[in-house]
Ligand binder design. Structure first.
Ligand SMILES: Nc1ncnc2c1ncn2[C@@H]1O[C@H](COP(=O)(O)OP(=O)(O)OP(=O)(O)O)[C@@H](O)[C@H]1O
Ligand SMILES: [Mg+2]
Length: 226
């Protein structure tokens, strides 16, 4: 990780274009080489150690995903500016659209493929804690990719039914995305997930049990018999 001073940080910010955030506090920038720069700031609820590991984890997780054959950002640089209490990560921009934007354009059919993709991630031992429709891109080549990968766990074995249920419930509970799952059908999503996931009927039952316990009431109401 490169160490930079405040002046170097300001110069770096000036040389790039702002995509999200403000010049005083950039969120996401684009470099002249078409790379994404993600800035990481301390959050109140995080300890200093977690703050540091957000930047380091991003890089580590990018490598872990690549090793498992999953498309994600390829990191070219991480830097820390102690004076500004900021980290940033530079990585390849992927050509695609957020699944949330596609749903917003009424293209809910992508949720079937997303269910298949999520089953594959879980079979490969990936627990993406920041899972929501704004953090998954549908690429121009038809594949999906994960972004915002600081908060992700990789295991050598496939995920347990409980972990899968928890992860799916988390995704269904995200307030910006709920409406799309309700329109598409929570059951329809789960059926697509089960088509692809390597799970026995007992494990499917455990997953649903776990998921239901984590679901908020308004989403639970949309579940019929599975
Ligand atoms: N590798 C990438 N390729 C293409 N677009 C990207 C990439 N990384 C980020 N983006 C775009 O920038 C947006 C925001 O990025 P990201 O999800 O990493 O940060 P964030 O959601 O603003 O931050 P956080 O979730 O940490 O508060 C994405 O939703 C996506 O539109
Ligand atoms: Mg995000």
């Amino acid at each position: 990780m490169q160490k930079i001073d405040h002046h170097e940080l300001d110069q770096f910010i000036e040389a790039n274009s702002l995509l999200f955030g403000t010049v005083q506090r950039p969120g996401i920038m684009l470099t002249s080489k078409n790379e994404i720069v993600k800035f990481i700031y301390p959050r109140k609820k995080f300890s200093k150690a977690i703050f540091f590991s957000q930047a380091a984890n991003f890089e580590k997780n990018a490598k872990a995903l690549l090793e498992k054959g999953i498309t994600g950002p390829i990191v070219s640089k991480t830097a820390h500016c102690q004076a500004a209490n900021t980290y940033y990560v530079v990585y390849e921009k992927l050509a695609g659209e957020e699944v949330r934007d596609l749903c917003d354009q009424s293209q809910l059919q992508h949720l079937t493929e997303l269910a298949h993709y999520l089953a594959e991630l879980h079979d490969k031992g990936i627990y993406f804690r920041a899972l929501h429709l704004g953090n998954v891109l549908k690429l121009e080549d038809g594949n999906f990719a994960l972004i915002d990968i600081a908060d992700l766990k990789t295991k050598s074995r496939s995920l347990s039914a409980f972990a899968r249920g928890r992860n799916i419930a988390h995704m269904f509970n995200v307030s910006e995305d709920k409406v799309y799952f309700q329109q598409f059908g929570v059951n329809r999503f789960l059926e697509a997930y089960f088509q692809r996931a390597k799970l026995t009927d007992t494990k499917k039952g455990l997953l649903v049990w776990r998921m239901k316990r984590r679901l908020r009431a308004d989403m639970r109401g949309g579940l019929g018999r599975l």
